[in-house]
Design a protein around this ligand. Structure first.
Ligand code: BES
Ligand code: MN
Ligand code: ZN
Length: 505
């Protein structure tokens, strides 16, 4: 899909479909809708008066103007009540409109920037519209041998139209930013949607190398033997049960500025298939465990977007990648292993493998003396019990970092909710024989996993985001089709951008 931004009067444009938003029960049309209404002799007002279209959120309707207009169709999209409107609803509306246009099997669409007629900067509007369109149109069809999607021609051109010259520069910037980030979200979604017989640890390593080659950033990939040499006993103990070679992937993006501030390290759990290991999971729903690398996929996406946008921050991505499988070589309950930090861990459940590979990643991260470490992981079923699918769990010992992540969540619509890491919870991880156990029982399972990680985070400001409930959508959501959501990419990119802005890094 090509995204273009230009300025000019609406009625002079040529496109297969022009989109205009309509608020439910609104007395007045937006500037764009009003202009279209005038140019068509009141086609939109007539539609609204008929009551056939009321502006209900995400509902769409197509209108066909007379031949003299070079806009072949007008697609109206409902924005819901104006008082409930948010930037996230703008993304959703853009997505609903784009999907409606796609279903008409035409190749181009035109989005006037004042599409909703609300007061948002040209930059923010362009960003939300492009995100909505690109993320909403996403489809995963790699394994369909026939093109059984919409059947028709693909929608390949989306033009944003700025009415006033003043908004053009901002809109261009916003669109370019959203395009790079949305590409990264789609990369993460592809990686998560792919099955584990394709998306192996080596597949992720190759994706990392291709990002590195394309953008000239550093990439190191360690195999099991090298990881063992570094003392990564926790990572290697999980990898041991699988025939698929493990990969410890590091991407290092440094901006071309004189004195970059200390790095921000992002860690993404990448279990390419979590069978549970010897503590094997029930068969029902086990196929979903191909998504247990969603954290790693998101971190790959963030590094791609940061490099593409030449972000002024030093960002390191660590992606520990392995399968968790049962076999004669596999880790067993009762085994005691030693992590890279030196701490010994008694394995109670081999299904609590994510925290093991993250433990060594947190230790490895210390070598960068980072300003902050943030890990993203599909870590616990308990987090889904606590927060469902609407929000990720946020755990941190650093109030400032919590605030920053919450601000990024607010801006992107990728919701996070804080869970406490009170020391009482850490009691549940005490072991009789080792320094700690890898599970803390059923109560507060998301939190005890966080407490486990905290033991390896050192003194660096650190946050853990549990995306078990948000990485995969069983039902389609606005601008997130069914399947992998790519959660975390937009959140972390926004955080990094706000970080750069605040520190002038
Ligand atoms: N990958 C799972 C967590 C998960 C569950 C992610 C459902 C997405 C959907 C993780 O490795 C796991 O198995 N966690 C266990 C921990 C328990 C053994 C302490 C869990 O949540 O049951
Ligand atoms: Mn598991
Ligand atoms: Zn897992």
């Amino acid at each position: 899909m090509k995204i273009r931004v230009k300025k000019g009067p609406l009625a002079a444009e040529r496109s297969d479909a022009v989109v205009a938003g309509v608020f439910e029960g609104a007395k007045k049309l937006s500037e764009a809708a009003a202009a279209l209404d005038r140019a068509t002799g009141g086609l939109i007002s007539a539609m609204l008066t008929s009551g056939d279209f009321t502006g209900k959120l995400h509902k769409t309707a197509a209108l066909y103007p007379e031949k003299k207009l070079r806009l072949k169709r007008i697609v109206l999209v409902g924005l819901g009540r104006e008082k409930d409107f948010t930037r996230d609803r703008l993304r959703g509306a853009a997505s609903a409109a784009a999907c409606a246009v796609r279903d008409l099997a035409v190749t181009s669409m035109l989005l006037p920037l004042d599409f909703a007629g609300i007061q948002l900067s040209a930059y923010d509007t362009a960003r939300a519209l492009v995100e909505g369109v690109m993320l909403g149109l996403y489809q995963f069809k790699e394994y369909k041998t026939k093109n059984n999607g919409t059947g028709g021609k693909p929608l390949t051109l989306c033009t944003l139209l700025a009415g006033k010259a003043a908004g053009l520069a901002g809109a261009k910037k916003g669109a370019a930013q959203a395009e790079a980030v949305s590409r990264a979200v789609c990369l993460a979604r592809d990686l998560v949607n792919r099955p584990s017989n394709t998306a192996t640890p080596e597949h992720l390593a190759r994706a990392a190398k291709s990002i590195a080659a394309q953008h000239g950033i550093g990439c190191t990939v360690l195999g099991s033997r090298q990881a063992q040499k570094l003392g990564m006993g926790a990572f290697c103990s999980v990898a041991r049960g699988s025939n698929e070679p493990a990969r410890f992937i590091v991407l290092d993006y440094k901006p071309r500025i004189k004195k970059p501030a200390p790095a921000i390290v992002l860690i993404g759990k990448a279990i390419t298939f979590d069978s549970g290991g010897i503590s094997i999971k029930p068969a029902q729903g086990m196929e979903e465990m191909k998504t247990d690398m969603a954290g790693g996929a998101a971190v790959l996406g963030v590094l791609q977007a940061a490099a593409a946008l030449k972000l002024a921050a030093h960002v390191v991505g660590i992606i520990p990648a392995t399968e968790n499988m049962p076999s004669g070589h596999a880790l067993k309950p009762g085994d005691i292993i030693q992590a890279m930090s030196g701490k010994t861990i008694e394995i109670i459940s081999t299904d609590a493998e994510g925290r093991l590979i993250l433990a060594d990643s947190l230790t490895y991260a210390q070598r960068y003396k980072p300003a902050a470490i943030i890990d993203l992981a599909t870590l616990t079923g308990a987090c889904i019990i606590a927060l469902g699918h609407a929000a990720s769990g946020l755990m941190s010992t650093d109030e400032k970092l919590i605030k920053k992540i919450q601000a990024a969540a607010e801006a992107t619509g990728e919701k996070v909710w804080p869970l406490p890491l009170y020391e009482e919870y850490a009691e549940q991880l005490k072991s009789d024989v080792a320094d700690l156990k890898n599970t803390g029982g059923r109560p507060a399972g998301a939190i005890t996993a966080g407490c486990f990680l905290k033991e390896f985070a050192g003194a660096v400001p650190w946050a853990h985001i549990d995306i078990a409930g948000t990485a995969w959508a069983a039902k389609p959501l606005p601008y997130r089709p069914k399947g992998a959501s790519g959660v975390g990419v937009r959140l972390l990119m926004e955080l990094l951008e706000q970080w750069v802005e605040a520190t002038g890094a």
